[in-house]
Design a protein around this ligand. Structure first.
Ligand code: GAR
Length: 210
């Protein structure tokens, strides 16, 4: 379906995951329900076999592929994933719970064309177990970040952030659930910004053209 607002062809997404896939599902639902326009899912790729996220791609009738990363070098594995994304003519790569660092060759193959979602308000709490890190630290506000991927971990320009309060009655799991609900909104918002063509980079800042 063409992008009705711009008559441009739809932006083709390649979604990469390693597990549950709830962010992928939220993106797919937003597209199907007409809340996220001008984009389509070209391929969903998992680096782990038999994960829940992959089972759901079949239920949703989305094209999917598995490239198991365990036991392979990063360069070798990434070469297969890059080839698959290119074969499916992917314009924008969306890391959605993809628990694997990308090789420099991957980042170079899709310059400013890879998004990641991180369950913390970057630059606070990069890396693994971000929600637990935030909870342990005792922050009063937490949240999630969708950002472009560059050569450093959880570092590239920020597209969208959403916040949640941290309640005295929370534990790390309750906090993670509250953040996840915001992730499901944030990722579609971020993709919509990229697809709109209305945003530009000003240094690290990704802002609406004036
Ligand atoms: C999400 O909370 C995502 O932010 C996080 O993994 C979860 C995947 O959930 N990603 C990272 O921590 C990456 N550093 P999902 O598979 O249900 O989308």
């Amino acid at each position: 379906m063409a992008n009705q607002q711009t008559d441009r062809p739809p932006l083709r997404l390649g979604i990469l995951l390693s597990g549950r896939g709830s962010n992928m599902i939220a993106i797919a639902k937003a597209i199907r329900e007409g809340r996220l326009k001008g984009v389509e899912i070209a391929i969903v790729i998992s680096n782990v076999a038999n994960v829940c996220g992959l089972a759901v791609t079949r239920e949703l009738d989305l094209p999917s592929a598995i490239f198991v990363s365990k036991g392979r070098s990063r360069a070798e594995h990434d070469a297969d994933v890059i080839a698959c994304l290119q074969e499916h003519k992917v314009d924008l790569v969306c890391l959605a719970g993809y628990m694997r660092l990308l090789s420099p060759a991957f980042v170079t193959a899709f310059p400013q064309r890879i998004l990641n979602i991180h369950p913390a308000l970057l630059p606070a709490f990069p890396g693994l177990d971000a929600q637990q890190q935030a909870w342990d630290y005792g922050v009063k506000v937490a949240g999630c970040t969708v950002h472009f991927v560059d050569e450093h971990l959880d570092h590239g320009p920020i597209v969208v952030q959403r916040t949640v309060p941290v309640l005295d009655t929370d534990d790390a799991h309750a906090l993670a659930d509250r953040i996840l609900a915001e992730e499901h909104i944030a990722y579609s918002e971020a993709i919509a910004r990229v697809a709109s063509g209305e945003y530009e980079f000003q240094g690290r800042r990704y802002v609406k053209r004036g």
